[in-house]
Design a protein around this ligand. Structure first.
Ligand code: ATP
Ligand code: MG
Length: 277
């Protein structure tokens, strides 16, 4: 059954940035939800938000109207190429320049910064480079108020390729049994493999309370709420439009409502459909 829990304070417990990782079955709405979470967090102009696209399919950039010229994987591949060909000079020196190169890959617009991770790693063990890049991203995250990561599907990949620490694990599912099973599996894996403070489920493209009440929601997953089918989201998906321009109401307000139940309070008052038990 879907239970509403009380909200926690808006910051993570240690006062560090809130890091929201959005995961779920393919096509469940991860990118749309990530973009709406970013939109909600950007409402406060003093709030600096870092959006990270950790999906190689790179949908978040267009959902946020950002152009990607370079990804973290481009930085990584260039470095490996240089090391392997011996063309870049001293390896230590090259590694020391890695953080500048990651910073250069960031696109900024107002209080939004955007970083794309790129494709999964090539074969071969480049653990030192991978670990270093992960450390650089984690250090970078510290200078923001909030970080939103649009994940590929599971949280292990975020943990391995982007950051070890996540504060809020947000699983998105549609009304399908498969979507809910994947969301539960993500939470189960996260429990043993990832450091996170809270995990919650958001149900997307739901027709109403009646449909919600029939869904087999696992008890172990805190249900944060449901999002309606939204014409503006559908249109933006079809046309590759920017979701930051979504009108208030419907999907946007429902996402804000889910965030506030997750203990993340945004500047816009949330009027969202509440899940009932
Ligand atoms: N609530 C909604 N109402 C209408 N359309 C939606 C809604 N949520 C998602 N969509 C549409 O469904 C499609 C898939 O959504 P989205 O890209 O957000 O999912 P995803 O989980 O990121 O997919 P992928 O696994 O391919 O990255 C998009 O075309 C999007 O516009
Ligand atoms: Mg996506």
């Amino acid at each position: 059954m879907c239970e509403v829990t009380t909200a926690l304070p808006s910051e993570s417990e240690d006062g560090r940035p809130v890091i929201v990782a959005v995961c779920g079955k393919g096509g469940a709405g991860k990118t749309s939800v990530s973009a709406a979470v970013v939109r909600a967090l950007l409402q406060d102009p003093a709030h600096r938000v870092l959006a990270i696209d950790a999906d190689p399919a790179a949908g978040l950039a267009s959902a946020l109207g950002v152009e990607v010229t370079r990804t973290v994987d481009d930085v990584r591949s260039d470095l490996i190429r240089q090391v392997e060909s011996g063309s870049g000079g001293d390896t230590k020196e090259m590694l020391s320049k890695l953080d500048y190169q990651v910073f250069e890959a960031i696109s900024e617009r107002g209080n939004l910064a955007f970083l794309a991770i790129g494709r999964p790693e090539k074969e071969g063990c480049y653990c030192q480079v991978n670990d270093l890049l992960r450390d650089i991203i984690a250090t970078l995250a510290e200078s923001f108020d909030a970080v939103v990561i649009d994940g590929e599907a599971g949280v292990e990949q975020i943990n391995r390729r982007v950051m070890e620490r996540v504060t809020h694990l947000l699983a998105v599912s549609d009304a399908s049994a498969r979507g809910i099973t994947v969301a539960k599996a993500i939470r189960d894996v996260a429990q043993s493999a990832v450091r996170y403070e809270r995990a919650g489920l958001v149900l997307n493209r739901i027709r109403g309370e009646e449909e919600l009440s029939k869904l087999p929601i696992p008890e172990e997953l805190e249900c944060l709420g449901w999002l309606p089918e939204d014409e503006a989201v559908r249109k933006a998906g079809l046309e590759g439009g920017c979701l930051l321009d979504l009108p208030e109401g419907g999907f946007v307000d429902a996402v804000s409502g889910c965030l506030s139940r997750f203990g993340i309070h945004t500047a816009t008052p949330a009027v969202a459909p509440e899940p009932t038990s």
